[in-house]
Ligand binder design. Structure first.
Ligand code: WTA
Length: 654
């Protein structure tokens, strides 16, 4: 059964309420029932509880400036994110504690203590400086899940150079677009990596991207992952040689204003090209530190495993910055969940005695399909808390996770947030709140969020509406900090929010229940969430439209039992082209423009696309066809005759 179809009724009905286990509550970082009230009455000063857990080079003057936008969090404060993630732990008795534990794809593992991580980050920071990187220069990082990725991030943070991490699975074109748009003149990549036993030549992709760029790349650093001594050209440097040349170097952390950019990350939206979301140093770090503490309940003694890829925001916030700011051990896993066997994840949790495990519903549904015999082979009793992120979790998967992984003794937090929010904004606080499978929870303490109708009025319990954030939050991106009219300029159409002084429209819809819990229902824009990865339909459409022989294409989300949503492409062919041949070309084109992860799950060839009288493609109708739903009123269609053909073509695909 497709996950997003699993009786929405169950998710929306009152459903089950599960109290957090007493044993958990007793040790939870945050367990006072009054936390919501305190944050509400003290807002915005409540956020000092997050800000004061950071070390500031210059103390901030105010938690939040004035009552009007532009909002500045921790105004007047100066700090360095790398200092907060590394240096300060050395003096706190943690220098020999493992900071980063890496499990590689070939079964290797490597651990870095805080001192070792500090040393390598300093050496690499010195190398970057020598290559010419200055404060505010954007450094692009294009690497898989290897320790050098977080090391490079922290080295950038140390010298005040914002990093732009590009997911390693993205294609050369996608890398070039991001480097162009950010004007990035420095690139750190690797020779290649292994994917399902076969090497992927990452450097070739990077080389192709550089050819396409409109500007020069001053220096490219290449990490040796395959061990095959890739020959280097001018302006290309070996990571290993650079470290050797800077052995023992120390670089003073550069103090940054609280609202100086820490990094930027590209994400998909409604437009054809992904946009760079820029995050701040002080507000962002405070937000991810606080939510790692309050929601993931991370303690310095813990081993924390977030299975996301660092190429996405989840990895930035909950593999790197949040956990390291708290001084915990964070795990980095390079491999696949079923290699060498389907018990790999549980074997890793068992062997590393993982305390907190944070993953995506798509992974949980896959584990569920493989069966509970795999987790049963291992001792998972080290686990204390489980989390999910990225898409709605259906109650069946939630319960499976709670029972078979958490042994009914670990709370499950379903955390709703976005690249734009920087960190979690809606979730239960596990030491305080009861859980409701399928429902994320209330806005976190200190977060203003509501579900409103098209007029901006809060919806009645049980009804669906738009999820809006009604108050600024520390992890908000720089674009919002800078623009007084951020909301108005970005979202002119809906909903009417005149009654709010300020609001951010998330593009998600949700329903809210009597207890104020939000049940997330999906995006209301043209963004598809495939296995927790975010794509704009426009991006995929333009890649398809470039294929010779394609007359027209429309991309929508369709059902997929594991990935939550799948990519469905409806394609009209030009005369004289064979569908079989086109299918291959379409897949290739997407792989080249974006990457393999965006290749459609179904390509439906059709003589025509359903259009309104004014010529607009009716995407909602295409989505309904993909889901096999009732189609309802089609009077707005110019060409209703196409619908029958579409339905039979989709059946053929499924
Ligand atoms: C979706 C990932 C339901 C949502 C952190 C959002 C979720 C988009 C949840 C952001 C959740 C994320 N329940 N839906 N717990 N978490 N989403 O920017 O549609 O990659 O807008 O950030 O993922 O995706 P992004």
């Amino acid at each position: 059964m497709p996950a997003d179809d699993e009786d929405m009724e169950t998710r929306l009905s009152a459903g089950e309420v599960i109290e957090p286990p007493t044993s958990f509550v007793e040790q939870a970082n945050v367990s006072q029932q009054t936390v919501y009230e305190e944050f509400a009455t003290e807002w915005p000063e409540c956020w000092a509880r997050a800000g004061d857990r950071l070390d500031w080079e210059t103390e901030y003057e105010r938690v939040l400036n004035g009552g009007d936008p532009p909002y500045r969090w921790f105004e007047g404060g100066r700090l360095n994110a790398c200092y907060n993630c590394l240096d300060r732990h050395l003096g706190a008795g943690r220098k020999n504690k493992v900071a980063l534990k890496w499990e590689g794809r070939l079964g290797e593992s490597r651990s870095y203590t805080y001192l070792e991580l500090y040393r390598e980050v300093n050496e690499f920071a010195a190398a970057l400086r020598e290559l010419g990187v200055e404060e505010d220069d954007v450094v692009t990082l294009y690497m898989p899940m290897i320790p050098e990725l977080p090391i490079a991030m922290l080295a950038c943070a140390r010298i005040g150079a914002p990093h732009s991490v590009v997911f390693a699975g993205f294609a050369a074109d996608a890398l070039a677009m991001r480097m162009d748009s950010s004007g990035s003149q420095y690139l750190v990549t690797c020779d290649g990596y292994y994917r399902r036993g076969a090497p992927v030549h990452q450097k070739n992709k990077a080389d192709n991207a550089r050819i396409k760029l409109n500007h020069d790349v001053d220096a490219t650093v290449v990490v040796d992952r395959l061990g095959d001594d890739t020959p280097l050209d001018a302006n290309e440097y070996s990571y290993r040689d650079l470290l050797a040349a800077h052995r023992g170097a120390e670089v003073d952390p550069v103090p940054r204003d609280a609202d100086d950019m820490l990094f930027l990350i590209y994400t998909s939206g409604t437009t054809g090209e992904p946009t760079g979301v820029r995050h701040t140093t002080g507000g962002y770090l405070a937000h991810v530190l606080w939510t790692s503490h309050a929601v993931l309940d991370i303690k310095p003694e813990d081993t924390h495993w977030c299975s996301a890829d660092i190429g996405w925001i989840t990895g930035h916030s909950y593999i790197v910055y949040g956990p390291l700011a708290l001084g915990t051990t964070t795990m980095l896993y390079e491999g696949a969940p079923d290699h060498p066997e389907k018990d790999r994840v549980w074997e890793l949790i068992d062997r590393n005695a993982v305390d907190v495990f944070y993953t995506a519903p798509t992974a949980i549904r896959t584990f569920m399909k493989w069966g509970e015999e795999y987790p049963q082979q291992h001792d998972l009793s080290s686990l204390r808390l489980l989390g999910t992120v990225g898409e709605p979790i259906n109650p069946r998967a939630w319960k499976w996770y709670y029972k078979h992984i958490g042994n009914e003794s670990c709370p499950v937090v379903d955390t709703w947030w976005q690249t734009e929010t920087g960190g979690m904004v809606v979730s239960t606080v596990p030491g305080v709140d009861a859980m409701k499978p399928g429902s994320a929870g209330r806005p976190l303490p200190g977060i203003g969020a509501e579900v409103v109708d098209g007029q901006g009025n809060p919806v009645e319990p049980g009804e669906a509406g738009y999820l809006v954030l009604t108050k600024p939050w520390p992890g908000m991106p720089l674009a919002m900090v800078e623009a007084e009219d951020w909301f108005d300029s970005r979202r002119p159409s809906r909903p009417a929010l005149d009654d709010f002084d300020w609001a951010y429209f998330s593009e998600d819809s949700a329903a809210v229940d009597e207890d104020g819990y939000f049940t997330l229902l999906g995006r209301v824009d043209d963004v598809i969430n495939v296995a927790g990865h975010r794509f704009g339909t426009m991006e995929i459409e333009s890649a398809i439209a470039n294929v010779e022989g394609v007359a027209e294409a429309a991309v929508v989300s369709g059902p997929h039992d594991l990935k939550g949503q799948g990519v469905y492409a409806y394609v009209c062919t030009a005369d004289g082209y064979s569908e079989a041949e086109l299918r291959d070309h379409i897949d290739d084109a997407i792989e080249t423009a974006i990457g393999r992860i965006a290749v459609p799950d179904a390509v439906v060839f059709t003589p025509d696309l359903p259009k309104t009288r004014s010529g607009k493609i009716m995407r909602r109708l295409l989505e309904s066809v993909a889901r096999g739903e009732e189609l309802g009123d089609m009077s707005a269609l110019r060409n209703p005759e196409v619908v029958g053909e579409l339905e039979s073509a989709v059946e053929g695909e499924n």
